[in-house]
Design a protein around this ligand. Structure first.
Ligand SMILES: Cc1cc2nc3c(=O)[nH]c(=O)nc-3n(C[C@H](O)[C@H](O)[C@H](O)COP(=O)(O)O)c2cc1C
Length: 342
């Protein structure tokens, strides 16, 4: 995809700084000229891609992946840009500073990043206050909450902390993603066995049973799982009230010499492969959010063709800007081949 002048300028800065600058410019553009300008110049115009997935209505199936706006600071602006959904998080029960900077390394030639962020978070209270102040601009935006493991939390207390964030956020968001691929700090947490995964999700199912409103729960998996480990996740999807899979997080195996998880173009093929495998194993009966290396409209189209119901972007926007959404929507409309709704 041809980069705009702005994107070429942002690439002159270190990756983390470029992202902060990009978001600061977005905030500015949302004030002057204003959100109407974002809507008219950058947002896709089509209404044809609306769909219902896990019982939630999406105005279009392309959204923002976790880690792009972790604390929900830019929901108004992302809504004005026309995204179908934003997954905030990973939300932590308390403030987590993340790994010392620089946390994100750009691999320029490969259009990829190494994410060594350790999931910085301003914590549950801060995110809650942002979400409670949602304005009318986010009315059409689906908001997901990704819950991840605090680096300092001992493993035995992890499921208790996931439950704490889940309970507190329950009435404010539309769906949850349970991050089972927290691999961007030295203390990795990537539960793989049936027991480990059930220990995380069962308390959430139990809490949900007592609620009036239903909130879908999805499990986010690592691209580094073996096929038998992916089978374990799919079995849980089929046998429990789990609502879907988010595939995939960054990979620590694609470049083992680097400290952190590979995201961006280097991840594209593996992400599509995993989504395709999960879709096949679950016979296309369950929703999948495809993410990982979605850098161009063609990548996004291929992800839908592989069986994703929704696609979430992160590195693609960091590298190619917000126009990626509009271009992808155009491509999807043209070929009219978006996977069926679940
Ligand atoms: C800087 C950065 C921070 C991220 N933070 C999170 C996070 O907090 N929780 C999470 O589940 N995934 C996080 N991710 C992973 C993304 O959600 C996504 O799965 C991954 O980046 C692959 O998509 P991509 O190739 O489009 O970037 C992060 C990724 C990046 C680059």
């Amino acid at each position: 995809m041809k980069r705009s002048l702005l994107q070429r300028f942002l690439r002159l800065f270190p990756a983390g700084m470029a992202h902060s600058l990009h978001l600061a410019l977005l905030r500015f553009a949302g004030i002057f000229p204003g959100k109407w300008w974002l809507r008219t110049t950058l947002a896709p115009r089509s209404q044809k891609l609306e769909r219902e997935v896990f019982g939630v209505h999406f105005r279009n199936p392309i959204g923002i992946a976790a880690g792009f706006d972790p604390d929900g600071d830019y929901l108004d602006e992302l809504a004005a840009l026309g995204f179908g959904f934003v997954e905030i998080g990973s939300v932590m029960p308390h403030i987590q500073p993340g790994t010392p900077r620089p946390r994100l390394k750009r691999i320029k030639k490969q259009n990829s990043f190494i994410d060594n962020s350790g999931y910085p978070s301003r914590g549950l209270e801060y995110v809650l206050s942002n979400i409670r102040q949602r304005t009318k601009h986010t009315r059409n935006l689906v908001i997901g909450c990704n819950i991840g493991k605090c680096t300092s939390t001992p493993k035995r207390l992890t499921s208790r902390e996931y439950l704490r964030v889940f309970r507190n956020m329950y009435q404010y968001v539309d769906y949850f993603t349970i991050n089972a691929a927290c691999n961007t700090s030295a203390k990795q947490y990537v539960p793989r066995t049936r027991e480990e995964l059930l220990e995380l999700v069962e308390p959430l199912f139990e809490f949900r049973r007592g609620q009036l409103d239903y909130r879908p729960i999805l499990l986010k998996i690592s691209p580094d799982l073996t096929y038998s480990e992916i089978d374990t996740a799919v079995d849980i999807l089929i046998e429990t009230p789990l609502d879907g899979i988010v595939a995939v997080a960054g990979s620590t195996e694609l470049m083992p010499e680097e400290r952190g998880a590979v995201c961006g173009s280097l991840l594209t093929e593996r992400a599509i492969e995993v989504v395709s495998y999960v879709a096949e194993k679950s016979e296309g009966n369950y929703p999948i959010i495809g993410t990982g290396g979605m850098m161009t409209p063609k990548d996004i189209r291929r992800m839908f063709e592989a069986g994703a119901s929704l696609v979430a972007l992160n590195s693609g926007i960091r590298e190619n800007g917000f126009k990626l959404l509009r271009n992808a929507v155009k491509e999807l409309e043209m070929i009219n081949k978006v996977g069926s709704t679940n």
